[in-house]
Design a protein around this ligand. Structure first.
Ligand code: PMP
Length: 282
């Protein structure tokens, strides 16, 4: 079966899909993106990801005229053509193609739209959650607008690679004040000695995770206290539980940070029940 991508206004075979070499996403990382998980043919946290997409575009003044409903139709058609009911959808929108110049091109330059979809087994991810994952800590070398979901991911890429080279799943980024901001592609959480969830407040130093938002609602419904404040790696290492959240990993227990085992080294019970409840809430 052929795999399809969507570029600008056409469905094209994935292997032949391309953008111009003067695309500003390629030249400058002048583009934003979103990722949705697909389960039973539905986009998880669909609305939240669209809201963040339009906010990112607005913050960067990328003029994207297509409505959310038009994009939803296109995404579902892409899923249909690829016969995907369980997987991931990736959307990227760049400021378009123009002769290379740092300043914005003419305002009538159409943005470039790229959509891809792939199969992804959430049951394999579920098995990983039963084991828990290891994270390393790594310097946060990013800029001050991490709330914008831009494709400028070099510092995230380097941190994730450092994690992989140490056999870890994720890198928790640590800012100049010695506080954890977030993972290279996930939100970072701990559970304190009182059983409260602790995660960094939403500001420009982190991406406002859509999974975070749903997990906060789920925790509220479960009457689990939430404290929005930053924490240090040392506090995390002595926490009762730790976990990460993202659109593709949902709620993933963390069982080791650097060389320190969390709790007894098994996924925390609160982390696992939040994972179950998150999936039930969808
Ligand atoms: N932080 C960063 C840096 C990320 O890249 C991601 C994943 N896109 C997240 C957090 C988690 O966000 P979400 O729950 O919306 O996937």
């Amino acid at each position: 079966m052929s795999r399809y991508a969507y570029v600008n206004s056409a469905f094209v075979p994935h292997r032949a899909a391309s953008v111009h070499i003067e695309d500003r996403g390629f030249q400058f990382g002048d583009a934003v993106y979103e990722v949705w998980s697909v389960r039973d043919g539905h986009l998880l946290d669909e609305q939240g990801h669209f809201e963040r997409l339009y906010r990112s575009l607005d913050q960067l003044d990328i003029r994207f005229e297509r409505s959310q409903s038009a994009m939803q139709v296109t995404i579902h058609e892409l899923l249909r053509r690829n016969r995907i009911r369980e997987g991931l959808v990736y959307l990227q929108i760049s400021r378009g193609v123009a002769p290379r110049d740092h300043a914005f091109p003419a305002t009538n330059t159409p943005p470039t739209i790229v959509l891809t979809a792939k199969r992804f087994s959430f049951s394999a991810a579920g098995r990983r959650a039963e084991q828990g994952v290891r994270v390393i800590t790594h310097e946060d070398e990013r800029w001050d607008r991490c709330d914008i979901k831009s494709v400028n991911l070099l510092a995230n890429v380097l941190a994730k690679q450092a994690a992989r080279e140490e056999g870890a799943y994720e890198a928790w980024l640590v800012d100049k004040a010695g506080l954890v901001t977030e993972g290279s592609s996930t939100t970072a959480w701990i559970v304190n000695a009182d059983g409260a969830l602790v995660t960094r407040p939403l500001d420009n130093h982190i991406l406002h995770g859509i999974t975070r938002k749903t997990v906060v609602a789920v925790a509220n419904a479960m009457s689990i206290p939430l404290i929005e404040r930053a924490f240090t790696p040392a506090e995390a290492k002595s926490a009762r539980e730790a976990f990460i959240t993202s659109a593709s990993s949902f709620v993933m227990p963390v069982v080791q940070i650097d060389d320190k085992m969390i709790g007894n080294g098994a996924p925390g019970s609160l982390s696992l029940s939040l994972r179950d409840e998150y999936l039930r809430a969808q």
